[in-house]
Ligand binder design. Structure first.
Ligand SMILES: [Zn+2]
Length: 133
């Protein structure tokens, strides 16, 4: 995609700090990190969202993330690595790989809510009905 920031990084039209590259994926430092060593793993082919990515490429991307996690963990000397797919920031599928320390002040998850009376059953049914179809 011509106006995609990540496609421009892949083509070398925009600079990045690459930490890993092969024929299928590119891994580079996020320029707005939530922690030092926060990287993004992207397929080199443009797919907007996770359901668009072919199964074999998606499996490859996650297995590559799994392979890189302990290496990034030891390089950054952190306690653990968070993986997340947010999906709303840049429209080119990417996996965030984030070095984490215990008590690093980052939220472990998004703010949560409580379901109203009867709401949880309704929502569970709504989703399960869509999975069955
Ligand atoms: Zn792209």
């Amino acid at each position: 995609m011509a106006d995609c920031v990540f496609c421009k990084i892949i083509k070398g039209e925009l600079p990045s700090y690459k930490i890993y590259e092969d024929e299928k994926v590119l891994v580079f430092l996020d320029i707005n990190p939530v922690a030092d060593g926060h990287v993004l793993l992207i397929p080199k082919e443009h797919y907007q969202i996770m359901p668009d990515v072919p199964d074999d490429l998606l499996a490859y991307a996650f297995l590559k993330a799994k392979e890189l996690m302990p290496k990034i963990k030891s390089a950054m000397q952190v306690n653990y690595i968070s993986i997340s797919v947010v999906g709303m920031d840049v429209p080119h599928f990417h996996i965030h790989i984030i070095p984490r320390k215990f008590n690093d002040g980052l939220a472990n998850f998004w703010p949560t809510k409580k379901y109203q009376e009867g709401e949880v059953e309704k929502i569970a049914k709504l989703i399960t009905n869509n999975i069955k179809t």
